[in-house]
Ligand binder design. Structure first.
Ligand code: TGC
Ligand code: FAD
Length: 392
């Protein structure tokens, strides 16, 4: 194996399965991550600070809403391209991929799919360029895995509505220029609302004390009699399936992203194992260390093949929610285990910020929880097998 193969293991020659365009996009994002993310990310994570300047740079590269049609400022790419972009961003940090996932799949996707022509024209081009930042409010303090129970209400008052309630654990809420918020109307139907920063009655306090995703902003959205007019409602979104359809897009990207985090850990561990000597031999010469590396490469390879096929299905609009759940669950668990196992290859050095494992490991604890927990995704597969929903 040469140096490049540590950095991007391709044990089953998966690169042959991608188009020239896919490989060019991947390489452009990979170069940018190496240049602009890796040198600074450890400092931002340590300071618990979001590298906000990177949003504009991602916009300039076409990494925000790459699957959105060009007429609305997107790149008009397929879902395999989107997946490869997410993989490369998460090789840098899950928080950077999170920012891109939320903007692309949880803000631009619902605007494009459920928004009016005016809403699309107003927000999509600015979101694509990274000139404005978006967030997605579904989870509430009392309703996480069970979003259908949400308490946030959109109550009609003559020619307008009043929005009341609160969302919690919302990526980028405190810095968002535009929030896509989900609430139940007077008939109990879930509706999507587009709120702009500064609107009266909206506050977005930041959540402190996270030991995970430290280079990402997480916060609340609190609505106190926010006046909502008809033009702020997504006209085509009706029912819980609307926000859940956005999660399909985001979970798909996370399945790819997790491969990037795993690859970054693998790269660091292989290099270290060949350089570090104990008992006068490189630690990579010991069978127990080779076992860790071999198992990591095996799991990364399986995840790559799963995502490659899922990318085809998603690009053809044939990927089922169950397939996406399986890939998200498998790949995030795989990456978290690799981060934990390969950290040990580095001994004490593995706990420092000189290497990326500890940061990836802590980040992945959020990734295995958000967008549906590990257990909820298992139950989605269980329901597909048996036809019985065990979560109710
Ligand atoms: P259920 O009764 O099964 O379904 C309600 C309706 O929705 C439809 N549906 C879906 N539609 C599209 N995509 C999906 N994935 C769908 N899953 C279900 C379903 O067919 C039904 O349609 P209809 O026409 O009959 O009304 O719903 P339920 O209330 O029993 O809940 C099911 C469950 C548990 C699977 C679901 O609610 C769930 O996925 N829970 C997990 C919650 C979650 O993932 N939250 C994520 C919040 S966002 C986030 O974490 C962002 S992280 C951002 C970052 O990257 O930083
Ligand atoms: P709970 O639902 O309370 O679950 C607690 C435990 O119970 C879990 O282990 C779960 O698997 C288990 N459990 C729950 N129900 C069942 C069941 N039926 N059967 C078996 N076990 C069950 N949300 C947004 O809307 N927008 C965002 O941008 C966003 N960003 C986030 C960023 C971060 C850093 C984090 C950590 C979360 C974010 N979330 C966001 C919220 C995230 O989606 C929720 O945390 C997640 O859906 C789980 O909800 P919960 O934390 O309330 O856990």
């Amino acid at each position: 194996m040469n140096e490049i193969e540590f950095n991007a293991p391709d044990y089953f020659n998966c690169d042959e399965l991608f188009t020239e365009e896919h490989l060019l996009i991947r390489s452009a994002i990979r170069d940018w991550v190496d240049r602009s993310v890796k040198p600074v990310i450890e400092g931002f994570a340590e300071r618990n600070e979001f590298p906000r300047h990177l949003i504009k740079e991602m916009g300039e590269m076409g990494a925000l809403g790459p699957f959105i049609p060009e007429e609305y400022g997107g790149a008009g790419l397929d879902y395999t391209a989107y997946g490869l972009i997410m993989q490369e961003l998460e090789r840098g940090d899950s928080g950077i991929r999170s920012a891109a996932s939320v903007q692309s799949s949880l803000v631009m996707y619902p605007l494009n799919r459920y928004g009016s022509e005016e809403q699309k024209k107003k927000f999509l081009p600015l979101l694509a360029k990274g000139e404005i930042i978006g967030c997605f409010g579904l989870t509430e303090p009392d309703y996480g895995s069970d979003p259908g129970g949400m308490k946030t209400r959109l109550t009609r008052k003559g020619d307008h509505y009043l929005l009341n309630g609160a969302k919690m654990w919302i990526t980028n809420s405190s810095i968002a220029d535009v929030s896509i918020v989900w609430a139940k109307d007077d008939e109990g139907i879930v509706r999507g609302i587009v709120l702009e920063k500064g609107i009266k009655g909206l506050t977005a306090p930041m959540t402190h004390g996270k030991w995970s995703l430290r280079a990402s902003v997480t916060g609340e959205l609190v609505f106190d009699d926010v006046i909502v007019t008809e033009d702020m409602i997504l006209p085509l979104a009706s029912g819980l399936k609307a926000p859940l359809s956005c999660l399909n897009s985001a979970r798909y990207g996370i399945a790819w992203g997790a491969i990037g985090a795993a690859m970054d850990c693998y790269d660091a561990a292989v290099r270290y194992s060949l350089e570090r000597k104990q008992f006068n031999r490189p630690i990579g010469s010991f069978q127990l260390q080779q076992k860790k590396l071999a198992e990591a490469l095996t799991e990364i390879t399986k995840a790559q093949l799963l995502c490659w096929r899922l990318g085809q299905l998603r690009s053809e609009d044939r990927a089922t929610p169950g397939q996406i759940s399986m890939a998200k669950r498998n790949n995030v668990f795989m990456a978290l285990n690799i981060a934990r196992e390969l950290r040990q290859v580095l001994g004490a050095m593995g706990i420092t910020g000189d290497f990326p494992m500890m940061r990836h490991m802590m980040n992945l604890e959020s990734v295995i929880t958000y967008e549906g927990t590990h257990d909820v995704h298992l139950l989605i597969t269980g329901a597909d097998i048996t036809g019985i929903q065990a979560f109710k």
